[in-house]
Write a protein of this length. Structure first.
Lengths: 505, 618
């Protein structure tokens, strides 16, 4: 039942915020804060007290028949992986509200409604274990996100919003076809029509069919992740979205792609995914290096951060297809760390744009002198993003590299090249924006440093990334049961253990 | 006291955090106090712990401390823990002690600079990272310190951020060393995969059990670790960042060159010597890299006019000696030279800093001249440092440590003799280049206006370091003089004991060579011609044999070019192409909906004809 509340609170809260916005803008802001805090508390209460393994993977479940004639039910299940991602979602949504306080001044009520509904959709994606319901939420989170970009975005927002929508919608359609075919194959085999994920696991089919279905799911998630060559919607969407939109996109929506790969692609089609792994890992490595190259060449600061996301998401794709415990734990930490560090960078770019009215780094420079706090945080998160040990991103990247090393040395070595590339573009960002001679940005009258709300947000994000970096173990304990269940189904039908796992203490 | 070992890296870290959070509010005086005290207390604690360690050695000469479990995944776990053994003890003392003196000097040197608090925050962090590196019990913790050191070098080289050139130098330092770091990380992945642990001690025990001597895997790992070491220690081919790193304030250069950073590579190889013993080719390569670097850097130092650049190249050259020592298995000699080098190089940089402080940051030696009378403190300090660097026989510490390296090379067979030859040539060049600076900058005509006086915070570190540069070598004397073996006895618990040189001849030879170098410098530069001969040879060595030029052409320019032309991502063009095709199709089809009946009729007729034609002709 608590899972239903988890969904209902932001959904209803969105409607309330919209209504209240008509009366006073601040009401909808406060309503959003209260609603999200409440939801966050609900989610926190689900953290399993027993951190040791050996428990069942599912922490909470909720099931009601929805369209029983078609075997569709309203089935929500929560394991450690979902929980961790939901916590990230709610925390970043809350932060999005805070940092939009001064940035969003028009149609405030509608803005917050869309923000909360996006959150609802994402939480639904992380909870749904009925494939039809999953698809429903998958589509649901797009629409409010589309409006967030199209209504409150920057110069080229319609182009970006439509591009975003077409990419995700088109790929979602492919997934829908794959879902339907999978369900019919299952019905043909067992005579039982159902969209239940747990029932569909281990459906027997010939390898060609499995490959095509796997590809259908893979493309949908690869677009969302995004993996090269499906990544080109991302820089436009991230750049044109308002700051809160960029935070939601980078911090959360990209993670739904990774989650889909983890939850559906490999467990549903283990053998096909295994056969496909070299291709996926090639795409991952290309993504890491090519994303970094693109980030390095950008003049628009927000685009630079956006392309760096592509590079970081390459590590996630690599880790998922390495499919061993080390790599998967790395994937989880990488998701969280990337969510935090990239969101922080987007918030800082947004704050900077509010002050100097440009994102173009050719006009920046020397900002450390006038905005020391903003610049210091900018440098901190740039450094986090290049994977400095002691900060969260390093744990993720190291475990992913270690895990994929067992599977393929070649891919890992090339992926490790991304560490050098990340240093190049991150430090270039710091140089061009904060160091050097003072730039010729248009508005020099509003150069005031970060105010208290932003400072608090930045401190929270800083502490999270340090916490992830020096003591990530609680996260690993939280996700361990869920991941091991996933891994077992991911290896159920395959011929043998996928990877040699280090066994020595 | 040993249980407080964790405080040694933690104190500077704490100081750094306090300074970072409060740098805007803290006064200059408070920043200086926090910065110096945190490192000073760490040094004091290190000293106390070391005394305890030496008087009452723990079992096996090792004290280990586990702080917390970093992570534990799929039976692979990494603990954050510290390990104190004679090797890390020596490094801890050097880092914290010399680091403290440099901090003290910096409080006066940096007075009146913008960002005083930020400077000490980063300086403290630098020392903390280096202490973590040397005390780490686990390779991954060592790597954390290793990257932390790289980060701090970036922050401090680019400390004066107003000038884009400083930023460039800082990024170059970080990125070039990170190339080495990545090789190191891949080496760690191999160790973790094949030995199943990243605990340094267990890995070193398991390595000989797992691999035979010269087996490909251990050779590969050793080469990858060497990759990391050449990056951090500025050896060929990843040495190009070090001369540019002079963009930072002088105390930073002192810290990078003496107490932290560049010695990390030497320490890493000494720490993992078990692997290098299993990989003779890799170990030999270490020696070759060292020999080539010491010659290249020595000749390049001859062709520099900036006092700090001379010292930068001299560091590369001296680290080259340490690599030679590692290459011939004289592990103790490498650590010995690391120690004396920390003393005299810190001394040289600080006295050079003391000179430039009084000359409005003028660093060109040809614009100095005659300073010995004006700045006696700086002069004597620089002279002592130079004598130690040039290994002036008997009275300097540098002599004994360099002698230990050369005799170690001499007894190591034919290949050792070659390295010995390179070392002797290098010793000669060293004498020439450093005394060239002494004679040009401190003697002859005065060219510069000197202003101001030194406070005690400048003088005390100079005196302490001068003393150490003179007497620091007496803890280890060759058989020919006294045969004191304090250091090698201490280190014998960690590294194999060195072979003893049996003849005195090479020793005598090497000592005379350095004196010849000094004499030659006196002959050439006692009355220097002001204009430097601008010959192609001079320009070649001034540019350090053109490695920067080569890397620019081979790597930097192509990458910049690729980033520039693909700024708009050619893959996006494909999707734009689809959009364009759709639109074009739309326009083409829309044109047919013109509403003109004649056209529709014509279309109908044409279609019918086509259909009939197909039906008939088929």
């Amino acid at each position: 039942m608590i899972l239903l509340w988890l969904l209902a609170v932001p959904a209803v809260g969105g409607a309330l915020a919209w209504g209240a916005g008509a009366a006073h803008a601040n009401w909808s802001r406060w309503i959003s804060i209260v609603v999200l805090s409440l939801d966050l508390l609900l989610a926190l209460s689900l953290i399993s007290p027993a951190t040791s393994t050996g428990h069942t993977a599912w922490i909470a479940s909720f099931e009601r028949p929805w369209i029983p004639q078609l075997g569709i039910s309203f089935e929500l299940d929560l394991d450690g992986l979902s929980l961790v991602l939901i916590l990230l979602t709610l925390a970043l949504s809350l932060i999005s509200v805070v940092i939009s306080w001064t940035e969003i001044t028009e149609r405030v009520g509608l803005f917050h409604a869309n923000l909360l509904w996006t959150t609802t959709g994402v939480i639904g994606v992380f909870l749904a274990l009925d494939l039809f319901l999953f698809f429903f939420f998958w589509e649901l989170m797009l629409v409010p996100m589309y409006f967030l970009i199209a209504l409150w975005g920057h110069e080229n927002r319609f182009y970006a919003a439509i591009k975003f929508f077409l990419f995700t919608q088109g790929s979602g359609l492919i997934m829908l076809i794959a879902i339907l075919v999978l369900v019919f194959i299952h019905q043909h085999a067992t005579g039982h029509l159902t969209f239940d994920y747990l029932a569909l696991l281990g459906t027997k089919m010939n390898s060609t069919t499995a490959f095509w279905l796997m590809l259908g799911f893979f493309i949908a998630f690869a677009v969302k992740l995004p993996a090269v060559p499906f990544h080109t919607w991302l820089p436009d969407a991230h750049t044109e979205a308002p700051t809160a939109g960029s935070v939601l996109l980078a911090g959360i929506l990209l993670k739904t792609g990774a989650y889909g790969l983890l939850r559906f692609v490999v467990p549903l089609f283990p053998d096909a995914a295994h056969a496909f792994a070299p291709v996926a890992m090639t795409l991952a490595v290309i993504g890491i290096l090519y994303g970094a190259l693109l980030a390095f060449g950008q003049n628009d600061m927000k685009r630079l951060v956006a392309y760096s996301s592509i590079s970081h998401m390459g590590f996630i794709l690599l880790g998922v297809f390495a499919w061993n415990t080390l790599a998967l734990d790395g994937v989880v930490v990488q998701m969280l760390a990337h969510g935090v560090s990239t969101s922080a960078l987007f918030i800082l770019v947004g704050a900077l744009q509010e002050r100097i009215h440009t994102r173009d780094m050719r006009f920046m420079g020397g900002l450390w002198g006038s905005l020391p706090r903003l610049s210091a945080f900018g440098m901190f998160f740039a450094i986090a993003s290049l994977g400095l040990p002691g900060l969260g991103n390093f744990i993720g990247e190291f475990l992913i590299l270690l895990g994929s090393f067992h599977v393929s040395v070649t891919f890992t070595v090339f992926a490790a090249g991304g560490l050098v590339a990340a240093a190049a573009y991150s430090l270039l960002l710091v140089q061009r924006a904060f160091h050097g001679t003072v730039g010729s940005f248009p508005d020099k009258t509003r150069l005031f440093d970060l105010e208290t709300p932003h400072l608090v947000v930045m401190m929270v994000l800083t502490l999270s990334i340090v916490g992830l970096g020096v003591y990530p173990q609680p996260i690993f304990c939280q996700v361990a049961p869920g991941l091991s269940v996933l891994q077992r189904s991911g290896q159920q039908v395959s011929t043998g253990p996928r990877a040699r796992v280090v066994e020595q203490p | 006291m040993r249980e407080f070992l964790w405080l040694v890296p933690a104190l500077p870290l704490l100081g750094s955090v306090i300074l970072m959070l409060g740098s805007a509010r803290l006064s200059v005086r408070a920043s200086a106090m926090i910065g110096v005290l945190s490192v000073g207390l760490a040094a004091l604690l290190a000293l106390v712990i070391s005394f305890g360690f030496l008087l009452e050695p723990p079992a096996g000469d090792v004290y280990q401390q586990t702080l917390w479990r970093w992570f534990h995944v799929s039976s692979f776990s990494v603990n954050i823990g510290l390990r104190l053994d004679p090797l890390s003890l020596l490094m801890m003392l050097i880092t914290s002690g010399v680091g403290f003196l440099i901090h003290l000097f910096a409080t006066e040197f940096m007075e009146g600079e913008q960002g005083y608090g930020r400077f000490f925050a980063h300086l403290n962090l630098f020392v903390a990272a280096m202490l973590l590196l040397v005390l780490a019990r686990n390779f991954l913790v060592l790597y954390a310190g290793w990257e932390g050191v790289g980060l701090c070098s970036y922050l401090l080289i680019g400390f004066w951020w107003g000038d884009p050139l400083n930023g460039l130098a800082a990024r170059k330092a970080f990125i070039v060393t990170r190339i080495g770091d990545t090789a190191f990380l891949i080496g760690l992945l191999l160790i973790a995969t094949h030995l199943g642990t990243l605990n340094i001690a267990s890995a070193m025990t398991r390595a000989p059990e797992t691999w035979d001597v010269a087996s490909p895997m251990v050779t590969l790992i050793a080469f990858l670790l060497l990759g990391g070491a050449v990056g951090k220690s500025a050896q060929l081919p990843l040495h190009t960042w070090l001369p540019d790193a002079m963009a930072g304030p002088t105390p930073v250069s002192a810290l990078i060159h003496a107490a932290t950073m560049v010695t990390a590579g030497v320490y890493l190889i000494a720490r993992t010597h078990a692997l290098f013993l299993l990989a003779p080719i890799a170990q030999f390569t270490v020696g070759i890299v060292g020999a080539l670097t010491l010659l290249l850097a020595g000749f390049s130092a001859l062709a520099q006019n900036d006092i700090k650049r001379v010292l930068a190249y001299s560091t590369m050259s001296q680290i080259g000696y340490m690599f030679v020592a590692l290459g011939v298995g004289a592990w103790g000699a490498a650590m010995f030279h690391l120690m004396t080098h920390a003393f005299f190089k810190a001394l040289l940089f600080l006295s050079a800093g003391a000179v430039t402080m009084r000359l409005h940051h003028e660093q060109d030696i040809f614009k100095m001249g005659g300073l010995w009378r004006r700045l006696p403190v700086a002069f004597w300090s620089f002279l002592i440092g130079s004598a130690a660097l040039a290994a002036l026989p008997l009275i300097t510490a540098g002599f004994y440590s360099k002698e230990a390296i050369l005799s170690g090379a001499w007894v190591d067979g034919t290949s050792g003799r070659v390295l010995w030859g390179a070392g002797v040539v290098g010793a000669f060049v060293t004498g020439v280049y450093i005394f060239r600076v002494v004679f040009i900058a401190f003697f002859g005509e005065e060219h510069a206006h000197v202003s101001g006086r030194y406070g005690w915070r400048v003088i005390v570190p100079l005196i302490v370091l001068s003393t150490l540069s003179l007497v620091g070598g007496f803890i280890q004397l060759p058989p020919a003089f006294g045969h004191i073996t304090l250091l090698s006895d201490l280190l014998s618990a960690v590294v194999p004991a060195p072979l003893e040189a049996t003849t005195v001849l090479p020793l005598l030879f090497a000592s005379f060579v350095s004196i010849f170098g000094i004499v030659l410098a006196a002959v050439l530069y006692w009355r220097p011609t002001h204009a430097q001969a601008d010959t192609p040879l001079w320009r070649f060595w001034h540019a350090a044999a053109g490695f920067d030029w080569l890397y620019d052409r081979l790597l930097v320019c192509p990458l910049l070019w690729a980033a520039r032309i693909d700024r708009n991502d050619f893959i996006d063009r494909v999707y734009s192409g689809i959009v364009w095709a759709t639109r074009a199709g739309h326009f083409a089809v829309r044109r047919t909906q013109s509403g003109r009946v004649r056209l529709y009729a014509a279309g109908l007729a044409l279609g019918s004809i086509c259909l009939i034609a197909i039906a008939v002709l088929r």
